[in-house]
Design a protein. Structure first.
Length: 373
């Protein structure tokens, strides 16, 4: 059961002109989606014939091009649920391979930082395979190399609950990285796979920072100093990632504001706090959202109520997510979200060079350090 979802439609876009990519700076979403969320809303409630992360149609692909997305880290199954994590993940990889094969003029698999640069230059979008839990590995350390060979470039150690590697953000004990967790971090370093500490508990995160021989990331988070919720990271975690040469991506999620209804101004505030703690070379974006906007928010509300209830029943929800909160920032969504954010940052006095780093340059630098290319 994945928070997002998928579908290969067989549609392909015309080859975009190179001018599209060269007119703007690089935009990289360190955690997001590329689907059209309106397709799921059009189906009957409970219809799971199409996993949501694969609701990819001509509109979704066109919106990626219009928004200028050079690359996005997408979440592959498995996150949680009764399915076998390993087998489910292998099926998900195969499904995503089929999506990319169906849309070669719009999408390109990312195996190295050079692939992101090429996608940007060609007006395509690079798709980065990632896991938001490491239960697929279990105690089988050889699976790290197997997943890397199949294209996995980001593996998050935990989701919200605890697993064999460490505690997630919602595990009350806040225990640190386990002995197996140390072995997995070592294996991910050896395979040149990003170690992502999003969703982790504070001690697990700090332990992984100390254990890793390579820079690590927190691909989608907020700043706990501004909003004291478990899904946000403390200054100690943010600083530790930056001091090790890593990357911190800020999300567009309800956890940015205590009332669960953040605005674009809250996103800017969290970015600026992260800049102050980490420095401008280590901060970027991991929105945890789509590019295509939702057309009917009223219809979406009923869908969201079911999703939040399902997450709570499965034990994977987080403090701060409720049926009345959106998993996006209402005034910072759709194809213009990154352009609007850039404008807000510019109005606050941030230079174009710094904004370009935040939008994508810092993630590209980090990717070169970890993956090469």
């Amino acid at each position: 059961m994945n928070r997002r979802g998928l579908l290969a439609t067989g549609l392909a876009l015309a080859t975009p002109g190179l001018g599209w990519a060269k007119e703007r700076g690089m935009i990289i979403n360190a955690l997001g989606g590329i689907e059209n969320p309106n397709l799921a809303l059009a189906r009957p409630p409970g219809d799971k014939t199409v996993p949501r992360d694969m609701d990819i149609d001509a509109r979704a692909l066109s919106d990626l091009r219009t928004a200028g997305i050079a690359a996005v880290n997408v979440t592959l199954d498995y996150v949680a649920g009764p399915e076998d994590p390993y087998e489910t993940s292998l099926k998900s990889i195969a499904a995503w391979d089929a999506v990319l094969a169906a849309h070669p003029r719009a999408l390109v698999p990312v195996r190295s930082a050079a692939d992101i640069q090429a996608a940007h230059d060609q007006g395509r979008t690079g798709v980065i395979y990632g896991f938001q839990n490491a239960v697929q590995i279990g105690e089988h350390l050889e699976r790290i190399a197997e997943f890397a060979d199949k294209g996995l470039r980001v593996i998050q150690l935990t989701y919200n609950p605890a697993n064999l590697l460490g505690d997630g953000a919602m595990a009350p004990e806040n225990r640190g990285l386990t002995p197996l967790g140390h072995q997995v971090v070592e294996g991910l370093n050896a395979a040149r796979v990003m170690v992502d500490l999003s969703h982790s508990g504070e001690r697990t995160c700090l332990d992984a920072i100390a254990a890793s021989r390579a820079p690590i990331s927190i691909n989608h988070t907020g700043c706990r100093a501004l909003c004291d919720l478990p899904r946000n990271k403390t200054d100690a975690e943010l600083r530790g990632v930056a001091q090790g040469g890593g990357f911190v991506g800020l999300y567009f999620m309800p956890f940015l504001a205590r009332d669960g209804h953040p605005t674009a101004g809250d996103v800017v505030a969290h970015i600026e706090h992260a800049l102050n703690v980490c420095g401008e070379d280590h901060v970027g974006l991991g929105t945890d959202g789509d590019i295509t906007g939702i057309d009917d928010l009223k219809a979406y509300q009923a869908h969201l109520e079911r999703e939040v209830a399902d997450r709570a029943a499965a034990g994977i929800g987080a403090t701060g997510e409720r049926a009345d909160t959106y998993p996006f920032v209402a005034d910072l969504r759709g194809v213009g979200q990154f352009e609007k954010l850039a404008g807000l940052l510019s109005a606050r006095g941030h230079s174009q060079a710094r904004i370009d780093k935040i939008l994508g340059g810092n993630f590209l630098r980090f990717a070169r350090d970890v993956w090469g290319g």
